[in-house]
Design a protein around this ligand. Structure first.
Ligand code: ADP
Ligand code: MG
Ligand code: MG
Length: 873
């Protein structure tokens, strides 16, 4: 079969759909050639050939050599030159390129085909001997480095020595005779390093270069990159062999790179750089300062107009903003590469909307492929300009727990944060880890940094919920509360010092960094309307305050999928009642204590229901273990005992008796409601009374009461009895009813196995994938940080399963429970409310499983909307 695919002269064997076989670069070169863009002729050796090479000890597949010879002939005919010819030599570039672009692959070799004879011809044809010998010596350097792995310094030393001898400062100070001498010295360097003569035969040069590209596929760097980025199922890299064009033949020549639009603002104007009289990577190498591409209009107006025209064609053709490489040889423009351009979130949305306006694409394409979910994330949060960050100022890297950038002065306690934070004095709360007691300080701070904990640690979950930047589990730093400082081993940061954190990337930076504020403009709203046109899975939010609920609604949430109630027990006056209930000795005492909480909770629910008027609100009954409501330090225990009017000794015994070895697997979730039904009664009453009262005011309320941590149908049954009974009572007392649903969180593996039995009574399931992941893997969410990092580095895990749903394992449980549940009750509503509800890949999985909705933190709502729409397209 065919192993090479030619392109040139307005046609091509391949096209852009053949990335797997031709790599991205090769497929696009073919495509551009066949739509008539000026692409130097060439051919692409397929990834299959590379695969053969790497699985057959570096042998070529049968017939490849012949086909390559034919390919070279194809180029020669178009160019009217011949490889190795002493009159009209053909020079080639050899370029690697897999289906996904990846660092670690071999660099490009330019000017292949030069030798002692062809260099003379090049000199005659260009009437520029200096240029010819300069190209030659560069070729030996590049070939030696890229193909044979000779350290560039060895060539560098040779040129420095020659410059010394000649008494010149700059490379340009060397004259033609010097360059000829340099060529000889470079050949000597080559011979010494490899033990062989520099290959004079161009076909031999080509074979070497092709093999080097093939081998680079299995280089350590490339293998590691593929592993980390989970690039699987690729055969290998393609090799592009192409006629050279020269941007360095004189002042009517140039080389450059450009985006068809501005990649950071989205403005519809060419954006890029070029250099007159230069070749290849000179533009990016930073040796000379390149000029803005718009200046090309002045220096080479015709070439500029052509460039503009080609850019337009490419955009039309690809339906996307392009990132292109071009070279101008003696006034003639050539396009050497095109691909979809990387862009910021702001640019992505603007470009999508503009291109629809310009009629270049329809809104379906805009939604499907012009904006990535992560782009929206960027748009909604303040950002640090990454390029402005000096590497030496990075104090450490942790998990990118909640996106966005924050700048402030370091404080080490929540009290200090609450005391000192103001607009003029923003603070960053730095803690080893956070707990529910810290929410006041977390709320006052601009951002949160912890040295311990994972993506679902308290700090991470709360920060994401609020859209507050957070770097979690930054093990690079050691915090000392007593000395009020932290250190990364080399630098020490004290309380009051400025730091910046980048929750999008997980970095902690010394000093004050410039932050760009988010903006949601008309383009954003236009785009999100299109998103909803194509989306059919619901998106709800996880919110437990009226403010969060209101924000989530603005972001497009269609209800609350998880309203946690634990914080409703924490306020100053509430915690006392809660503690009183915990130390109660009789049921009546307990009920009394709890009933003091009723009005507070009812008010909380009313406020949330009001904001979510017309939309469903899923409320989870109390979940955390009781000891979280009790003090743990000695002095605190004494103080609280006094407050409750109970003997110190007795109280500390209660505290001790409630402490557990494994609180996450202990007395929590429905186990609380079953042992203390009064908790469920009180919460149900608060929910139903709030709903009935609002209904009487003309509001539409759809409460959904969710029982946490169910493992058996009997557990659910027992809680449902309590809930229904209290609801009936309230209806009778108030002489009014509301519709409500009772369902359960599915978060214990056993529940997924007996889902059909639970679905007999449950009206909805909501996958609590944080706990489900924890219990399926047996990884403690709070302790996994220690080994997950190693697991990820070693490739034992591809993703943090608390961040990206483990489709292979946990996903099976989701699938099973959904299927079993729906078989029992076809109307069963199924959603997901773990942190995964906002992760695009996980959202796509949920869509595939036919879930009714995903629920995520308010700031993730737009991301989930887009991910859901893209899953449907
Ligand atoms: P990368 O994948 O690193 O971008 P490329 O294969 O695109 O590598 O090559 C890098 C640069 O080499 C190009 O930007 C271009 O300037 C130069 N180059 C590649 N092929 C040719 C060619 N046929 N003629 C002239 N210059 C070339
Ligand atoms: Mg390139
Ligand atoms: Mg849970």
């Amino acid at each position: 079969g065919a192993q090479i695919y030619t392109f040139g002269s307005g046609s091509a064997d391949g096209d852009r759909s053949m990335k797997q076989l031709l790599g991205g670069k090769g497929a696009n070169l073919a495509e551009m050639s066949s739509i008539g863009l000026p692409v130097p002729a060439g051919f692409t050796i397929s990834t299959e050939a590379c695969h053969y090479y790497s699985t057959h000890d570096g042998k070529w597949p049968r017939g490849l050599k012949k086909q390559i010879k034919r390919g070279v002939k194809f180029i020669e005919e178009i160019m009217g030159t011949h490889l190795g010819d002493s009159e009209h030599p053909l020079l080639l570039s050899v370029r690697s390129g897999a289906a996904t672009s990846m660092p670690g692959m071999m660099d490009t070799v330019l000017n292949l085909g030069l030798n002692d004879k062809s260099v003379e011809a090049l000199s005659r044809h260009t009437d520029n001997e200096r240029f010819a010998y300069d190209s030659y010596r560069r070729f030996i350097d590049m070939f030696g480095g890229v193909v044979m792995g000779i350290a560039h310094e060895k060539f560098e030393r040779a040129i420095e020595k020659l410059k010394d001898e000649k008494g010149v400062e700059e490379d340009t100070g060397l004259d033609t005779e010097d360059l000829k001498e340099l060529v000889e010295r470079y050949k000597a360097v080559y011979r010494k390093a490899t033990g062989h003569m520099f290959p004079n035969d161009p076909f031999e040069q080509l074979e070497f270069a092709i093999n080097a590209v093939f081998s680079s596929w299995d280089s350590d760097r490339a293998v590691k990159y593929r592993k980390i980025n989970q690039i699987e199922g690729l055969l290998g890299t393609a090799v592009n062999v192409q006629a050279m064009v020269f941007g360095n033949m004189g002042n009517d020549c140039a080389t450059g790179v450009c985006f068809t639009r501005n990649p950071s603002t989205g403005e519809n104007k060419l954006y890029g750089e070029f250099l007159i009289n230069a070749q290849g990577e000179d533009v990016v190498a930073g040796i000379r300062t390149p000029k803005d591409v718009t200046e090309l209009k002045n220096t080479m107006p015709e070439a500029f107009d052509e460039l503009q025209e080609h850019c337009n064609r490419l955009e039309m053709h690809y339906g996307n903003m392009q990132d292109i490489e071009f070279t101008i040889q003696k006034g003639t423009l050539y396009i050497l590469q095109t691909r979809n351009g990387k862009r910021t979130g702001k640019a992505a949305v603007k470009i999508a909307v503009d291109m629809v306006d310009e009629g270049k694409i329809d809104n379906r394409k805009a939604v499907k492929s012009l904006v990535e979910p992560t782009h929206l994330d960027q748009l909604l949060h303040p950002q640090i300009d990454v390029d402005s960050v000096d590497k030496s100022k990075i104090l450490g890297t942790g998990l990118p727990a909640s996106p966005g950038a924050a700048v402030g002065r370091v404080v080490f306690s929540s009290e200090k944060a609450e005391e000192t934070a103001s607009e003029e004095n923003p603070v960053i709360l730095v803690r080893i880890e956070t707990s529910p007691e810290d929410v006041g300080g977390m709320s006052a701070a601009e951002g949160i940094l912890t040295s311990r904990g994972g993506m679902t640690s308290h700090a991470a979950v709360v920060a994401r919920g609020w859209g507050k930047p957070c770097v979690a589990g930054c093990g690079d730093i050691v915090i000392n509360y007593k000395k009020k400082q932290f250190t990364n081993g080399t630098k020490t940061i004290k309380e009051g010092d400025w730091i910046s954190i980048d929750g999008t990337r997980g970095t902690v930076i010394e000093g004050k960094k410039e932050v760009v504020k988010p903006e949601m403009d008309d383009d954003y709203y236009t785009f999100m309307n299109w998103v909803d046109e194509y989306r059919d899975m619901g998106v709800r939010t996880n919110a437990d305050s009226p403010e969060d609920s209101a924000r989530a609604r603005e972001f497009g949430a269609e209800g609350i999928g998880l309203c946690r109630t634990e914080h409703m027990f924490f306020g100053e006056d509430r915690i006392k009642a809660m503690r009183r209930m915990i130390i109660s000795e009789t049921d009546d005492e307990r009920r009394d204590a709890l009933m003091t909480l009723l009005p507070y909770q009812k008010k909380d629910f009313k406020e949330i229901f009001e904001v979510m008027d017309g939309l469903p609100v899923t409320i989870r009954l109390l979940d955390p273990p009781l000891h979280e409501f009790l003090p743990d330090e000695k002095e605190e225990i004494a103080r609280v005992a006094d407050e409750l009017g109970i003997d110190h000794q007795k109280f500390s015994e209660i505290v001790r008796s409630l402490s557990e070895f494994n609180p996450m697997l202990g007395h929590r979730g429905c186990r609380l409601g079953i042992t203390y039904p009064a908790i469920t009664e009180m919460q149900t009453r608060a929910i139903i009374e709030a709903a009935v009262e609002l209904k009487m005011e003309g509001k539409k309320v759809f409460p959904e009461i969710m029982v946490p941590l169910i493992g058996t149908p009997q557990e659910f049954h027992s809680q449902k009895l309590v809930i229904d009974e209290v609801a009936e009572e309230v209806f009778e007392e108030m002489e009014e009813t509301v519709e409500y649903k009772v369902g359960t969180m599915i978060e214990i593996p056993r529940a997924t196995l007996v889902a059909e039995k639970i679905a007999k009574e449950a009206e909805f399931f909501s996958f609590g994938t944080n706990d489900l992941t924890q219990m399926t893997f047996g990884y403690s969410r709070d302790d996994a940080g220690k080994f997950l990092k190693v697991y990820l580095d070693e490739g034992i895990l591809q993703n943090d399963p608390f961040q990206v749903l483990d489709i292979e394992g946990v996903g099976q449980l989701v699938e099973l429970a959904t299927k079993k549940g729906r078989e029992q009750n076809e109307k069963l509503k199924v959603g997901i409310c773990g942190e995964h509800g906002g992760d695009p890949k996980s959202v796509a999985f949920c869509y595939k499983q036919g879930l009714n909705y995903v629920s995520c933190s308010p700031f993730r709502v737009p991301v989930a909307r887009l991910a859901a729409a893209q899953a449907a397209l």
